[in-house]
Design a protein around this ligand. Structure first.
Ligand code: CDP
Ligand code: MG
Length: 871
């Protein structure tokens, strides 16, 4: 009887013991030859004529037996059956039974019952996200009367997926109320009735900082674990500890808090980071592989790799639509701007409704399109760190005209289709074009799941959200630009940005697979096979490897995870780097030196999706009208040097904008002048500036301005990109703000250091005047491209970047610093004297008391800190 072990529930039990199977329980050892009371019950259960029993009744008996065994109590207290009837629509039931995961329901449920952690691997579209929560629901998890009344929680890395999956599962379970809800950062449908809760992993992490035991939940599904987002990784690490705590607690007080169950779901097979990591789980969790039916997909590479992949997609879609048989098209681009642009082009060329469409249909279409033009109503354009569409570094160049007609590539698109098929091409059918990206309003997102209007061809233009998180029905053709917008970070500067770059081979194959869900399909890659072979990594790096660790550590501290060095990361960063990151945060004032807790200042820094040192500069930057300048500095530091590479030329160009004290301030003047010139190409050409870098700086400025406006109510924000150069007083303040941000990157002239603060003979050689780096005591020189290279060398400088050549260490992004500022701004460093052997305050000979006078005042979100900046 296959239902035997299916609906009982013994998670009340101690987690360390292996569970006895129901069969074993039904044959207890007879100790003294006499039937025990228990055996009588067992006997009775065995003798119940099975066919007449409803499933619920057999369950009742089983539960009763199990309860008796556990509690040594044979009262009439009959536990509620753990079976929740569901009235699915017939069409839904039919469709779900075709999903591969439904064939594994029993195996999956058995595994979840018998293990605290279970990993489920299965191809995208096999039904993991929509079905596993339903299995649990039907088996009584989250039922108020069951032994596991806590919620079923499901986390998603993306908001689109959290919302659309909640709606889908609610629909499949035929529960129109809010039993199935979602919660994303600015929107929630949860209520006291909620039983299944879909949410982004960011939301659950925030909940964790309030309730470390996750007492609300009885089972947690962590979905899309293969993406290796930072949030998902941290979540898995924290949850591995929550599991232990819950197990211990439930031993003491079984009634109140039950052990937690965790299901990790992943699209690809690379799960060894979870199973082989011994610090993570007590024993390696079982892995259940779900076989997926996948139809063959022919992959077609371009012969060449065009730069303008948006234009290239347009051509390819036109060709598919005009020449190839019916079937939906899914196009992968990297971000919102590109997607809306391509949608516009396609809609112009192929009107979306069939000519005979009714007025009503036309109206609905208009309304739907209007939806698209709205963005999610986030407060003040708040950037959402959870979504993949953060538009830092968005590439505007796609707006340039491209040649839509010319074409040397792939004239053989019809190859592989037989004539009969081609005869049925959808040539004259209208194209139903839909965008899909995470800032799109929810309703507009959900349109991709509805069948396209009769007689039209579906064409969805999506970010990599359609790679594994959501499966769009009816796709036969995939057009893949091969790129994705990802968080990148510059190892030298620690500055992070979002950049468009090639995805991995694993991702490209996932994308191709989307074409083979319902029939054999085709994937058109808009790049050559040589590029694929040589420039694509095998897998994408986990996000934790792509982020500055100090940002990771600050995020974790904001979630009250203080012991970062011992944290069970699925892919642990080197301990030494974690230690350094924590130290840097202490110096920046974001983490308390003694308690290791995040400070209020640190909490303010963690609000910004940028490196902590840059966040610090923004926070302290709002004095004397400096904030707009600080925003430029931070943007320019994030984007990188906008001057052309030719160094001789650069020296000449830079003279126009020069600030005598800082390379970074020189950038402010440059950006200001560029905006006054209307941001023109010719301005960039004349002054040796890279056009692309300048437009990126402009975009980042706009975005940071929005973030600041959202986070600092009441602060004056300058929205006009044109900005007069800072006045003298402001220049001094800006230098100090830079010092505060790069407090760990200070160098002192070697001669002054040796002379104990006085003047000595300058150590000058062909490389210039020698400096000592205060961290490492290493020698370094000001790089010849710095504006300070041609000035009288300041006694002390801050640098934003170090580069090494075989003979020298060079400082770039240099700013002159006054020693007395350090005592104000680098309180942590100045009091560190001994252990770090940090000679600064003593040698420079500041008055002793200055070292400790300055205390950053308490401040809250409205009342920002004004550290002692000298005017
Ligand atoms: O999670 P996994 O990738 O394994 O699959 P899933 O997201 O549960 O999708 C299972 C099936 O449900 C797919 O065939 C989807 O096309 C379909 N689905 C749908 O038709 N409408 C939705 N809103 C969500 C999923
Ligand atoms: Mg899924």
């Amino acid at each position: 009887d296959s239902s035997d072990s299916e609906y009982d529930n013994d998670s009340d039990d101690n987690d360390d013991k292996p569970r006895e199977s129901v069969a074993a329980l039904l044959e207890p050892e007879n100790i003294d030859g006499q039937p025990t009371a228990l055996e009588e019950v067992v006997e009775a259960a065995k003798n119940v004529p099975k066919p007449e029993l409803r499933k619920e009744e057999t369950d009742e008996v089983k539960v009763k037996i199990l309860k008796s065994l556990n509690e040594g109590d044979l009262s009439n207290d009959v536990a509620k059956p753990f079976y929740v009837p569901v009235n699915r629509l017939e069409s839904v039931q039919e469709a779900r039974l075709k999903l591969p995961v439904c064939g594994e329901e029993q195996v999956i449920m058995e595994a979840i019952r018998n293990n605290t952690v279970v990993i489920i691997c299965g191809e995208t579209g096999s039904g993991k996200t929509t079905q596993v929560p339903q299995f649990l629901y039907e088996a009584g998890w989250s039922h108020p009367d069951s032994d596991n009344p806590g919620l079923i929680g499901i986390t998603q890395p993306r908001r689109v997926a959290a919302v659309s999956m909640a709606k889908r599962v609610g629909h499949e379970l035929n529960l129109p109320g809010n039993e199935v809800s979602y919660q994303i950062r600015y929107d929630a449908t949860t209520s006291s009735k909620t039983r299944l809760k879909f949410m982004t992993d960011g939301v659950l992490l925030r909940e964790l900082s309030q309730d470390l035991l996750l007492t609300k939940y009885s089972v947690l599904i962590i979905d899309e674990a293969h993406e290796r987002n930072l949030n998902t990784d941290i979540l898995i690490g924290v949850v591995s500890r929550v599991l232990r705590l819950r197990a211990e607690l439930s031993r003491e007080d079984r009634k109140k808090i039950k052990p937690l169950r965790v299901v990790i779901m992943s699209a690809t097979l690379r799960v060894t980071d979870f199973t082989e990591n011994k610090t993570l789980f007590d024993k390696p969790p079982p892995v259940i592989n779900v076989d997926a039916r996948q139809f063959p997909v022919s992959v077609h590479f371009n012969k060449r790799t065009p730069d303008d992949y948006v234009g290239e997609s347009f051509k390819k879609i036109s060709k598919i639509h005009e020449r190839l048989p019916a079937g939906g098209i899914l196009v992968f681009l990297t971000g919102q701007n590109e997607i809306t642009h391509l949608c516009k082009l396609l809609r112009q060329k192929y009107p979306s409704l069939p000519p005979k469409a009714s007025q009503k249909e036309k109206k609905a279409e208009d309304q739907a399109n209007k939806l698209e033009s709205q963005t999610e109503n986030l407060p003040n354009g708040q950037a959402d760190i959870e979504n993949e569409d953060v538009d830092i570094g968005e590439n505007d160049e796609i707006e340039e005209d491209f040649d839509l007609e010319s074409d040397e590539d792939d004239t053989d698109i019809e190859e592989g289709f037989d004539d009969e098929e081609l005869g049925e091409s959808a040539r004259d059918a209208p194209l139903h074009v839909l965008p899909l990206y995470s800032m799109l309003p929810t309703e507009a997102q959900l349109r991709v799941f509805q069948p396209p209007p009769e007689g039209t061809r579906l064409c969805v233009i999506a970010t990599n959200v359609a790679e594994t998180s959501v499966t769009i029905p009816g796709i036969r053709y995939v057009v893949d630009c091969g790129k994705a917008k990802d968080r990148k970070f510059n190892v030298e500067t620690g500055i992070q940005s979002f950049e468009i770059d090639w995805t991995s081979k694993a991702s490209a194959d996932q994308r191709a697979g989307r074409a083979g869900r319902t029939q054999a399909g085709h994937c058109y890659r808009l790049f050559s096979s040589a590029v694929f072979d040589h420039e694509f990594e095998k897998f994408s790096l986990p996000e934790i490897k792509r982020m500055p660790l100090e940002g990771v550590v600050l995020n974790m501290k904001a979630m009250n995870i203080d012991q970062v060095v011992n944290f069970p990361f699925p892919t642990p960063p080197p301990r030494e780097s974690l230690y350094k990151a924590e130290k840097l945060l202490q110096y920046l004032g974001g983490v308390d030196k003694m308690t290791k807790h995040i400070t209020e200042f640190g909490e303010a820094m963690s609000l910004f999706p940028i490196a902590p040192r840059l966040a610090k500069m923004l926070i302290i930057g709002q004095q004397h009208g400096c904030l707009p300048y600080v925003i430029i500095m931070v943007s320019a530091l994030s984007v990188g040097n906008p001057f052309d590479h030719d160094e001789g030329q650069r020296q000449k160009n830079i003279m126009t904008f020069i600030s005598e004290t800082s390379d970074i301030l020189t950038l402010i003047t440059t950006v200001g002048a560029y905006e006054y010139a209307g941001g023109s190409d010719s301005f960039c050409r004349d002054h040796g500036l890279r056009q692309k870098a300048m437009t990126e700086i402009r975009q980042l400025r706009r975005q940071l301005t929005n973030i600041v406006a959202a986070n600092f109510p009441g602060v004056d924000i300058c929205v006009d990109p044109k900005l007069n150069p800072p006045n003298k007083k402001q220049v001094k303040i800006l230098q100090q703000i830079l010092t505060a941000g790069f407090i760990d990157s200070i160098a002192v002239r070697a001669d002054v250091l040796e002379a104990g603060g006085g003047k000595g003979a300058r150590h000058k050689n062909a490389s210039g005047v020698a400096y000592k780096l205060m961290w490492s005591n290493e020698d370094a020189f000001i790089h010849p491209t710095s504006v300070l290279y041609i000035q009288e060398p300041p006694v002390m400088v801050a640098y934003s970047e170090l580069t090494q050549t075989p003979n020298n260490t060079w400082m770039k992004g240099v700013t002159a610093v006054e020693s007395k500022w350090l005592c104000n701004l680098g309180k942590e460093l100045c009091t560190y004297g001994r252990p770090l052997n940090y000679p600064l305050p003593k040698i420079i000979g500041e008055k002793k008391d200055r070292r400790i006078v300055h205390v950053i005042p308490n401040f809250g979100p409205k009342d920002w800190p004004l550290p002692a900046i000298e005017v």
